[in-house]
Ligand binder design. Sequence first.
Ligand code: MF3
Ligand code: CO
Ligand code: CO
Length: 269
Amino acid sequence: MDGDMNEGAIVLHSPEDFVGMRAAGQLAARTLDMITPYVQAGVTTGELDDRIHAFMVAQGGVSATIGYRGYEKASCISINHVVCHGIPGDKALKDGDILNIDVTVILDGWFGDTSRMYTVGTPSIKAQNLIDATYESLMLAIKAVRPGATLGDVGHVIQTYAEERRFSVVRDFCGHGIGRTFHAAPNVLHYGRPGHGVVLRPGMFFTIEPMLNIGRPDVKILGDGWTAVTRDRSLSAQFEHMMGVTEDGCEVFTYSPAGLNKPPYKTAG
Ligand code: MF3
Ligand code: CO
Ligand code: CO
């Protein structure tokens, strides 16, 4: 998200809330699992979105993005230099493309939000390195989430890992609180200073969703009002997980039950 969500109190959720969020997160993760074998050269992003929407509904969920601020699709599909919020349509995937698919589903009032990268055929080594670094930065950030740590600690982990590998961190979008609402306090920046920012407490629910670029961090929004691209047209990658802070760490709600957390995926192609 790109708004200012640090206004207002951060909700501290109960153990029963974890049950609801677990179910929503797992439905979102299963949606990404389901679409994996369909991510192939020649398929259009609109066709993928149709399957995603049908699956959500068949599983008892509702798309959180359809009707959200005028958005009309059940997913965001962001190819190559598209950073995020790519709108599914007539564009066909081609060999060598890398793409992010981001889904948000509502199940029993709880929002499940997650995204992963996918590859078509064989991506360049540079593209695969970007994907690997983006995934690893998120995993390291998740390891930093525990009571008493700060969101500055979390952002610092991502920034340090990315910049050591000469990738840049997108500043214009951030993770967000989530729960019975889509985008809530706090903002979860993907850069920061250790010890700064919100102090984490048990029951906080939020996403971490770093976007890393091969080139410069600057983005621009296309004329459709949504599609964010790198200004220098360099490749961009993103992964997103949703978690709840526990007494001794965190519970990630959106891990793939099929083990399809990062490409290359054995089932695809
Ligand atoms: N799922 C995105 C996020 O991680 C938000 C997409 S909003 C949309 O916050 F309208 F673009 F779908
Ligand atoms: Co999100
Ligand atoms: Co998302």
